[in-house]
Structures are given as C-alpha cells and as structure tokens.
Design a protein around this ligand. Structure first.
Ligand SMILES: [Zn+2]
Length: 91
C-alpha cells in the first residue's frame, strides 16, 4: 500500500487540500492505520497550537525600529555582499 505523503497529511490537518484530494486522503486514512495514526497526531498538534495564545510582541517593534537604522549604517554594504556570497555558496 502506498501511503499518503506527510506533507499531504499535514495539508489535510490544516484544511488546505482541495475537497477532492481531501476525500481521497480521508478514504485512505480510513483504511490505513498508519496514515490514520499520523493524521490524528497532526490534528491533535494543530488543536494544541491553536489553543495556545500568541505571544505579545507589539512592544518589541519600537526597540527593533530604533536599532535598524544603526545596523544599516554600521553594516550596510557588507550585508549585501554577505548575502550574495551566501547565495553563491548555496548553488
Ligand atoms: Zn497509509
């Protein structure tokens, strides 16, 4: 039996699959204990994450904005060169 790829199970748990594909994956999971188990974990994970309140970060932005111009002046052109070098190294 070919199992459903993990990314598709995740997409189903997040309600991001098309209706047709979701029905196919649900049908597979109904007949496949392994995929059903994985899907139930993904859905439990999603439920836990949606219950957790988002951390309050709005107060951080004033400090970040205050630091950003200084970082640009100090490191400005070098940041671009470093990014280009990393980009080339990744190829
Ligand atoms: Zn399966």
């Amino acid at each position: 039996m070919t199992h459903v790829p993990a990314d598709e199970l995740e997409s189903l748990a997040l309600d991001e699959l098309s209706r047709d594909r979701a029905a196919q994956v649900e049908a597979h999971a109904a007949a496949c204990p392994q995929c059903a188990h994985e899907l139930s974990w993904l859905r439990a994970e999603r439920t836990l994450l949606t219950r957790r309140p988002l951390p309050q970060t709005a107060h951080l932005w004033a400090g970040i904005a205050a630091l950003a111009p200084a970082a640009r002046l100090r490191d400005g052109p070098a940041l671009g060169r470093d990014a280009d070098a990393r980009s080339r190294a990744a190829r």
